[in-house]
Design a protein around this ligand. Structure first.
Ligand SMILES: Cc1ncc(COP(=O)(O)O)c(C=O)c1O
Length: 416
């Protein structure tokens, strides 16, 4: 008998779609393509030799345990050094039992979705939003409400208006998702006053905050702004971070800090999902932090990424036509570009690929659509000379597009 797979798939599975954007990005593998699309760390910066040493140490000391199943919560020694680090560097009041090690921050988002979202529930996200989070929440059939951002991060006035509007129809959102520091994709950072206000609003309307923080250690200038979690005395914030951007994404190691009630639920959900995070990579990461290597490595990659950001900004200024605006991130990996209104970056994408340069279309970061004239550029991954060449190519594509589609008198007055 032929398998009638359409009958057998769950309703949920039939709604899964491969992200259109990930499909588009497959072409970035084409030889000669300069890709500013992926959110990838620079592989030349991976501390290969020291990781080798940490593996050797693990072999000498703990190899039998490292090859064994671990606890769902994660390796105790790793949680211990992480708790110390989160206290010292990020002012989060936590101990090792407040930490759950996950298979990347992505799993933390997915576990939060399992534990918090029933089909039809509503969550909020600031937009533009990290695509992977929206995918994780959509998988659990939740409704998304987008909240715009401004210079200080989330637009708190709009947030209040939306909460009032939702409240009138009896909708109480479960949580707001936000990347407050060096956001993916905009590179922007939420001010301290907005962090406080967001926590106050969450308390007033009784929803949780999922604070996703992969980038705050990659700070190039200015004073670090403490995470929202550091202000949280009531267990309202679920904080997640990852080794992916500060060490290596191949380890698939992230962590969550949350109240005991929430953490216990996440642990139960994780048990049902994968039993435990990769033990071997947890031992290596422990050796890496315990050996004092992580701080030195972060200092090194901060210098590298700052240089690359400066290079990209320099060439944007040199080559991009007037009428194009961009963010100047003080850390992280991304610059957000806003083009004149009559350019559609989705339509322009194929033309960019023809010139062998790739970006992520801005619309991809808006779950409800919008911002068709924007794009995200990653500056951490490409070699210096490719940053120059890629920006040059992209500027030609934009200029061509402007020449064919643009009436000069439609430039917005503040369009720089
Ligand atoms: C904002 C944000 N959250 C989560 C993730 C997922 O990170 P991980 O590799 O730890 O799963 C990423 C990866 O790019 C990200 O940018």
């Amino acid at each position: 008998m032929v398998v009638n797979i359409d009958r057998l798939f769950s309703k949920r599975a039939t709604r899964f779609r491969s992200s259109e954007i990930r499909e588009l990005l497959k072409v970035t593998q084409i030889p000669g393509m300069i890709s500013f699309a992926g959110g990838l760390p620079n592989p030349l910066a991976f501390p290969v030799d020291i990781i080798h040493e940490c593996i050797e140490k693990t072999f000498q000391k703990d190899i039998k345990q490292a090859l064994q199943y671990g606890t769902t919560e994660g390796l105790t020694s790793l949680r211990g050094v992480l708790a110390e680090r989160m206290k010292k560097k990020h002012h989060i009041n936590c101990e090792l039992h407040d930490i759950l090690i996950t298979s990347g921050a992505q799993q933390a988002l997915s576990l939060a979705a399992i534990c918090l979202l029933d089909p039809g529930d509503t969550y909020l996200t600031s937009v533009p939003a990290y695509l992977g989070a929206v995918q994780a929440f959509t998988a659990f059939e939740a409704n998304c409400e987008s909240i715009p951002t401004n210079d200080e991060g989330i637009d708190t006035d709009s947030l209040r208006r939306n909460l009032e509007r939702l409240g009138r129809t009896g909708v109480l959102p479960k949580f707001i998702y936000t990347v407050p520091t060096f956001q993916n994709p905009s590179g922007e950072t939420m001010s301290m006053s907005h962090r406080r206000e967001l926590l106050d609003i969450a308390s007033e309307y009784d929803f949780l905050i999922i604070e996703d923080d992969p980038y705050s250690e990659l700070i190039f200038e200015g004073d670090p702004i403490p995470p929202i979690k550091s202000l949280d005395t009531k267990g309202r914030v679920i904080y997640t971070s990852t080794f992916s951007k500060i060490l290596a994404p191949g380890f698939r190691l992230g962590w969550v800090i949350a109240s005991k009630q929430i953490l216990d639920k996440l642990i139960q959900a994780k048990q049902a999902t994968d039993l435990c995070t990769n033990s071997f990579s947890q031992y290596i990461a422990y050796e890496y932090i315990n050996g004092g290597y992580l701080d030195k490595h972060v200092e090194r990659i901060k210098k590298l990424y700052k240089r690359k950001r400066d290079l990209m900004l320099k060439y944007l200024k040199q080559y991009f036509p007037s009428g194009v605006r961009w963010t100047v991130p003080k850390g992280g990996m991304f610059i957000w570009i806003t083009l004149p209104k009559n350019i559609d970056t989705r339509l322009m994408f194929q033309k960019a690929l023809a010139k062998k340069v790739a970006y992520v279309i801005g619309e991809a970061f808006f779950p409800k659509g919008g911002s068709y004239n924007s794009m995200r550029l990653n500056f951490s991954y490409s070699e210096d000379e490719l940053i120059k060449e890629g920006i040059k190519r992209l500027s030609e594509v934009i200029k061509d597009e402007l020449a064919t589609s643009y009436q000069l008198d439609t430039f917005p007055p503040d369009g720089v």
